[in-house]
Design a protein around this ligand. Sequence first.
Ligand SMILES: Nc1nc2c(c(=O)[nH]1)N[C@H]1C(S)=C(S)[C@@H](COP(=O)(O)O)O[C@H]1N2
Ligand SMILES: [Mo]
Length: 177
Amino acid sequence: MRKKYSYQMFVLLFAVLSHSFVRGQAGEKQALTGNPQGTIKVEGEVTHPLQLSVADLAKMRRVAVKAADRDGKEHQFSGIPLADILQLAGVTMGGQLRGENMAKYLLVKSADGYEVVFSLPELDSAFTDRVIILADQADGSPLPANKGPFRIVVPGEKKPARWIWQVTALVVRFAKE
Ligand SMILES: Nc1nc2c(c(=O)[nH]1)N[C@H]1C(S)=C(S)[C@@H](COP(=O)(O)O)O[C@H]1N2
Ligand SMILES: [Mo]
């Protein structure tokens, strides 16, 4: 009787421990693959490479844009225009965006290895009224951890495939041959 009881306790203890072990592993993987600190590098064809912290980004100009998520409904996203971040890093925007600089592009990298590209004119207000942002809020709340702290939002795009989440780096490259 006593022996049977301790066997059941052992099975129960094993079940509880292995469950929390598996959960712990999953949590660790999320922490390793995500970008919880939210630090973003700006590098490549820039005159001032940057490593922007959440505090640095909080000091920058904020804008709000309306855009339809994959659910098809419009939401209000807010954050920092990508153009302002590129200006700060000394990328050839505005009056300098002509000639051979027209062959430069922005590669955006994320914690899970997904990457997307924008041409510089897509990000420049001299070329377009569409404002592509590095968003940190949706409908007034911070983005959920699995989509944040920063996600690109592209208003007016029919598919959200370039709405890259857990952004880690903005890299400007030259495509000219
Ligand atoms: N980091 C990262 N961002 C990503 C993706 C991804 O795999 N990794 N998938 C993209 C694609 S293909 C789509 S359709 C949307 C889906 O966003 P949702 O899950 O919020 O609807 O996220 C985009 N952003
Ligand atoms: Mo997608």
